[in-house]
Design a protein around this ligand. Structure first.
Ligand SMILES: *[C@@H]1O[C@H](CO)[C@@H](O)[C@H](O)[C@H]1NC(C)=O
Ligand SMILES: *[C@@H]1O[C@H](CO)[C@@H](O)[C@H](O)[C@H]1NC(C)=O
Length: 309
């Protein structure tokens, strides 16, 4: 009787539920396999998973929601804050060194005005003499002309507005910035690759470190004149070619666009990949406004008055 009942039950089940049962079984094994393999995957490749696969889509999602929220979510700011939201678009060009590109940072008119203001005061650009260097040894390293201009000297208010925007883009307070260095490179002129950060001796003498550089391109350059990072991502770390050759990451100047890179790691040590230069101009003229930003506010700093040629 018992066996009969069981047998009867079984045949009753198989007849009525055979297909749905197998179907459910399939789904169960599929899901088990799917989640199981995901767990194993995540464990065995955690590092790669985090840095390559997760970071980018996650960051993109974050940007999207932030953008949607900003309109309604204005907060009461502190004494020194703003009662509006600032949005400055940028593209990450590299993490080694940390390099950001800011399209349309200044208007064409602003760029033209800055060039007009700077034209009167041009003199050959200077360099800091580092240990073991003499005037003779650095001859030809930098062949541009330039002038320093402070935002307070500019009655048009253009440099003031740009300085304000740079402080927002870099999140470094305005009083950490040196005066603007407006530079002109004519055909054939260049700046061999170098570090903006000071070696330890200069750092002591200067009282603070240059931690970041912001370049505002004031002209388009039809050919040549790129800002070059020969050691981007750790390439060409040795060999003399990296001083003079336009190799590695090259950024073509575009009128009104900005370029920011950091010369030190967050812990303050110099980032060896921040090595950079200016390729020779082949066609046209390159004008650029440079602002060096320091780790301390600037009160008593001075320039070392050295001319390279
Ligand atoms: C500073 O940070 C860099 C990059 O993370 C690291 O390579 C270096 O060892 C650090 N230096 C010190 C003194 O902690
Ligand atoms: C460089 O020139 C400035 C102004 O002309 C001067 O105050 C400063 O002392 C000079 N620095 C050196 C190291 O000679």
């Amino acid at each position: 009787m018992k066996a009969k009942t069981v047998k009867g039950n079984w045949s009753w089940r198989t007849k009525k539920f055979e297909l749905p049962f197998i179907f459910l079984l399939c789904i169960f094994f599929f899901l088990a396999g799917f989640f199981g393999s995901n767990l194993i995957d995540h464990h065995s490749q955690e590092d790669e998973f985090d840095t390559r696969l997760m970071q980018r889509p996650r960051a993109r999602l974050l940007e999207k929601t932030k953008k949607e929220e900003t309109e309604q979510r204005l907060l009461h700011a502190g004494e020194s804050g703003d009662n509006f939201i600032t949005s400055i678009p940028y593209q990450v060009l590299s993490w080694k060194p940390r390099t950001l590109y800011f399209p349309n940072f200044a208007s064409a008119k602003q760029c033209e005005s800055i060039i007009e203001m700077a034209k009167g005061g041009l003199s050959p650009s200077m360099v800091f003499l580092r240990k073991g260097e003499t005037l003779e040894s650095i001859k030809g390293v930098r062949s541009s002309s330039g002038t320093f201009m402070s935002a307070s000297e500019d009655e048009t208010g253009i440099l003031d507005a740009i300085e304000e925007k740079i402080s927002k883009a870099t999140k470094i307070p305005r009083n950490h910035g040196e005066d603007f260095n407006i530079l002109r490179y004519k055909v054939g002129q260049k700046y061999n690759s170098h570090y903006d950060a000071f070696n330890s001796a200069l750092h002591v003498q200067q009282g603070s470190q240059r931690i970041a550089s912001f370049l505002l391109y004031l002209t388009d350059v039809p050919e040549g004149g790129e800002t070059v990072f020969p050691s981007e991502n750790g390439l060409n770390m040795d060999g003399s070619s990296r001083y003079t050759d336009c190799i590695g990451l090259r950024v073509k100047p575009r009128k009104g666009d900005g370029l920011l890179f950091y010369s030190v790691f967050p812990n303050g040590t110099i980032d060896p990949t921040s090595f950079h230069g200016s390729c020779p101009v082949i066609k046209g003229e390159k004008w650029v406004a440079t602002k060096w930003l320091r780790d301390e506010k600037l009160e008593n700093y001075y320039y070392v008055n050295v001319t390279s040629n």
